[in-house]
Design a protein around this ligand. Structure first.
Ligand code: ASN
Ligand code: ZN
Length: 313
């Protein structure tokens, strides 16, 4: 019942102050937001997967506070930016589970809900702590309900890249790092870098770093054919379209995030299909930019330059 809806409070994993819609029912407050789509609910995997509750309006589970508010922020981003009502554009109920598994160093989308691990506390902090992680996982839902890119090899790398691209559009991180808040210790300062993929050590590749060009793509079978590895090639293209730069001698004049997110959203929801490859991604982005800004626009030029810069023709 929406009339039981209240504004509640809490601190996130890093003591970030959050305010959010919750529900007051049967004398307790619960992380159930009935004001967005068909609802946003946050559950506790360590308490029989029941909804996270609190006897006061101040919630004390930082992971739950973050998972709940970040799902709300991502929902609001898709609604405001693309007039999309949740992952299926029909208000799909957004359910998150926190404290999943033991010391789990990951987060996931399984087609029905998001899950967040607490991290091992040694190399990683709690995976619910990053807005970009929530936006990444939720974008897997958007992709599933649009292009539905098959999660292996090139189409899988594009699927991963879409999640990274919109993660950085939601949080507007000027550094374009993925999962930077999760890192407690280790050789890298983030899981991935969209601005400079080659700064990230990745022992699975021949170079030992994440690929930033088609010629450096990973062709092995690990990671479902390198879905989290080759995503960096498309990530770099998206970064160049937005912010510009010179990469392997090719100069791109950036057109900013507002245009870039519209181009990728239109490509994802109108032109890409489940078996699209990188070359088709280039064509889809050019077509999307042409629809939105015209064939001789600076946006179309930026897309062409960016994909040429990463070796995708
Ligand atoms: N966090 C990862 C992802 O969203 C989980 C996975 O490996 N599928 O891609
Ligand atoms: Zn992913």
């Amino acid at each position: 019942n929406a009339s039981d809806e209240v504004i509640a409070f809490g601190n996130g994993v890093f003591n970030d102050k959050q305010m959010f819609e919750a529900q007051f029912i049967d004398g307790v407050y619960g992380l159930n937001d009935t004001t967005r789509g068909k609802g946003i609910v946050t559950n506790d995997a360590k308490n029989a997967n029941k909804m996270v509750t609190s006897i006061s309006k101040m919630f004390t589970d930082g992971a739950a506070v973050n998972a709940h508010t970040f799902a709300q922020k991502t929902y609001d981003y898709y609604l405001k930016t693309f007039d999309r009502n949740s992952v299926d554009d029909k208000g799909f109920k957004l359910v998150s589970a926190v404290h999943v598994n033991n010391n789990w160093n990951n987060a996931s989308w399984n087609g029905r809900q998001m899950s967040y691990g607490d991290g091992d506390g040694v190399n990683y902090y709690n995976f619910a702590s990053g807005l970009d992680v929530a936006a990444h996982e939720l974008t897997h839902g958007v992709t599933e309900h649009s292009a539905n890119l098959i999660y292996s090899y090139e189409s899988g790398a594009l699927n991963e890249s879409m999640s990274d691209i919109f993660a950085k559009m939601v949080d507007r991180d000027p550094e374009w790092l993925i999962g930077e808040k999760l890192i407690k210790s280790g050789p890298n300062r983030a899981l991935r870098s969209m601005s400079n993929p080659a700064e990230i050590i990745d022992t699975r590749t021949e170079s030992g770093y994440s690929p930033d060009h088609w010629s450096k793509r990973y062709i092995g079978t690990l990671d479902s054919g390198g879905v989290h590895i080759n995503s960096s090639i498309n990530n770099k293209a998206a970064y160049l379209i937005s912010d510009g730069g010179t990469h392997y001698g090719v100069t791109v004049t950036g057109v900013g995030r507002d245009a870039t997110e519209q181009i990728y959203y239109r490509a994802l929801t109108k032109y890409l299909t489940k078996s699209s490859n990188f070359s088709m991604m280039r064509s889809a982005a050019i077509q999307a930019a042409t629809d939105l800004y015209g064939a001789s626009s600076k946006e179309v030029k930026a897309v062409q330059q960016a994909y040429t810069a990463v070796g995708v023709l």
